[in-house]
Design a protein around this ligand. Structure first.
Ligand code: AMP
Ligand code: MG
Length: 400
């Protein structure tokens, strides 16, 4: 049997990034930069006021105080957005708002609170009661970003704040590593779409919605194909119809040791089917269909999702420049458990701080427990028993 680590490596080699592409800044949240962002302009772009108040010469108001107000004529008014300011003449003041361009010659701004001004009216003069010093309440051009600076680096994640900076620099597009497009196909003649009526012996299809969601949660784009019955010709036809646009194909079902193993039967020559020393998720396969990598996951829902977490999610995220692994926590087990020797076991669990409790039976069809678990217990292949209080590695599924 192949080890988990070996199969991870083989799948990892198959999944490759797409070529970098420019995308609208507004659509780039969660993507990773494919090139540095170099500021073409400075921020602020011009000297401007940090307060609502009056632009003056500091030497004109050096003697101002509560007992010694300095009265100056107010000769102009500068709201934010004004583009035609006039130079400040000595012995005068210009009313100015936060973010408005400082008039040439002004050396300081006196906030409205330091004057007797009432901003609900426009007065022709102002009594200044506070002596602000040269440079005070002025935001200088370039003090945040000097033009020519690389402000964001290749490989950096575009967070809301990073996108804000990109927009502030005037860029409406950014070069990013695109999301991979992942085709999700489920197989099984017993499957019926949720919402339809079940005949005896049929079950509702659940892997496609689950794995498509997992693909999206990983930051990629999911294309969900209609499910396919256990007929190799129908499976091939569905692949031909849907695979062309995909960067990766994930199938579920039809890869174990029974008869009617549709994925195995259809892809025998192209895809390597194997057993991995893991529970759940022993039957696995991967390869290429044409140029497109394919990972064939087992059909049991818990096996399918755990296999996605272990084999697909990390290289999928890596190919988009994202941190591949879920956060790992070294946690203390609240109660003892057993595990099959020779297989790396991923039990579902509930992690609370640094204590962890196994949740539900190990069998691979118990989806209910996985649905309310928040972690996977990673039990090494050479361990068959863990006592309460034992330390083990836990994958935190609530983290990216
Ligand atoms: P298979 O790997 O095709 O032998 O399927 C293993 C088990 O998983 C069987 O009980 C299937 O009915 C079940 N199964 C396979 N695919 C799905 C699916 N898409 N949704 C729900 N159950 C599935
Ligand atoms: Mg099947």
């Amino acid at each position: 049997m192949r080890s988990v680590e070996e199969h991870q490596h083989i799948v990892g080699e198959l999944i490759r990034p797409r070529a970098a592409a420019a995308v609208p800044t507004a659509a780039a949240l969660g993507l990773v930069l494919a090139e540095d962002v170099v500021a073409a302009i400075s921020l602020p772009g011009f000297d401007n006021s940090a307060m609502d108040g009056f632009a003056v010469l500091d030497t004109d108001i050096a003697a101002a105080g509560d007992a010694t107000p300095v009265t100056l004529p107010v000769v102009d008014d500068i709201p934010a957005g004004r583009t035609d300011t006039r130079p400040l003449q000595p012995g005068t003041a210009q009313r100015i708002m936060t973010g408005a361009p400082l008039p040439a010659g002004a050396t300081t701004v006196v906030p409205v609170e330091g004057t007797d001004a009432d901003f609900t009216t426009t007065a022709t003069q102002v009594a200044i009661r506070r002596a602000t010093v040269a440079g005070q309440h002025i935001r200088r051009a370039g003090e945040d970003v000097a033009a020519g600076t690389a402000v964001l680096r290749t490989g950096q994640l575009l967070t809301p704040a990073a996108l804000g900076l990109v927009a502030a620099l005037g860029l409406d597009r950014v070069s990013t590593l695109p999301r991979l497009r992942v085709l999700v196909m489920s197989t099984g003649s017993e499957l019926v779409a949720p919402g339809a009526a079940l005949e005896p012996g049929q079950i509702y299809e659940s892997n496609a919605v689950m794995l498509s969601a997992a693909v999206r949660e990983a930051g990629a784009e999911a294309i969900t194909a209609p499910m396919v019955r256990d007929d190799p010709a129908a499976f091939r036809a569905a692949l031909d119809e849907h695979a062309a646009d995909a960067d990766l194909i994930i199938t579920t079902g039809g890869v174990s040791a029974g008869a009617y193993e549709v994925v195995k039967d259809a892809l025998g020559g192209q895809v390597e089917f194997t057993k991995v020393a893991m529970q759940p998720g022993m039957p696995q396969g991967c390869g290429r269909v044409g140029d497109v990598p394919i990972v064939t996951l087992p059909g049991n829902p818990v096996s399918a999702l755990v296999s996605f977490e272990v084999f697909v999610r990390p290289p999928l995220r890596a190919a988009m420049g994202l941190f591949p692994d879920r956060p790992r926590v070294r946690a203390t087990l609240t109660e003892g458990l057993t595990s099959p020797r020779g297989k790396r076991q991923f039990r579902r669990g509930v992690l609370a701080g640094t204590t962890v409790t196994s949740y539900g039976p190990p069998a691979s069809h118990h989806l209910r427990w996985l649905a309310s678990a928040n972690c996977l217990l990673d039990i090494p292949a050479d361990v068959d028993q863990l006592a309460a209080g034992a330390q083990l590695d836990v994958w935190d599924l609530s983290g990216c």
